[in-house]
Design a protein around this ligand. Structure first.
Ligand SMILES: [Mg+2]
Length: 174
């Protein structure tokens, strides 16, 4: 029952993403989470390293949209200086915000990768719509809010079951 929480790919961070390999899969757009995926949950703006990475994505022709469960103030303050469109208060894993993001990207589900640090929101939502899902480790786990901490408890239960079924190995993350 937890198979839907399994990402297609696990990485330590977004910087480990092989952009060319993604392009070869036919991926043209990225729906990315914000908090603890792009920057720590308490960091208000992008780091120089992240800005470079976003530029690299654009150079490779990728379209990017941020889909965050956080509020408009947080997400717009982060995204607007970067010129990146966003969906705030997304209520992931619900489909609605992901579908809205697909419209914004003007791409089909199989042309889009979802990046995020949570299985219960980012991965589940992306998988349900048939998108390519990439799970990264949270940048700053100590800054997670109550909702995320509850999700982490569910994640641990899911991981226990997935490990038993041989569907999850610790060493997979590079
Ligand atoms: Mg997150």
């Amino acid at each position: 029952m937890f198979e839907r929480l399994l990402p297609n790919l696990r990485l330590n961070s977004v910087y480990d993403l092989d952009i060319e390999a993604l392009a070869r899969r036919g991926i043209k757009g990225i729906i990315t989470d914000l908090d603890n995926t792009l920057v720590g949950a308490k960091e208000p703006s992008a780091t120089p390293r992240l800005i470079k990475w976003l530029d690299k994505l654009r150079e490779h022709g990728f379209k990017v949209v941020i889909v965050s469960n956080n509020n408009e103030t947080r997400v717009s303050r982060f995204a607007e200086p970067l010129g990146i469109t966003f969906v705030h208060a997304a209520r992931k894993p619900a489909n609605r915000a992901f579908k809205k993001a697909l419209q914004m990207l003007d791409l089909a589900e199989d042309q889009v990768a979802v990046l995020g640090d949570q299985m219960m929101t980012d991965v589940l939502g992306g998988n349900r719509l048939g998108m390519y899902t990439v799970l990264v480790l949270p940048i700053s786990p100590k800054d997670e809010g109550i909702g995320t901490r509850i999700n982490r408890i569910m994640e641990r239960i899911a991981l226990r079951s997935l490990r038993k079924k041989g569907l999850w190995y610790e060493e997979e993350t590079n």
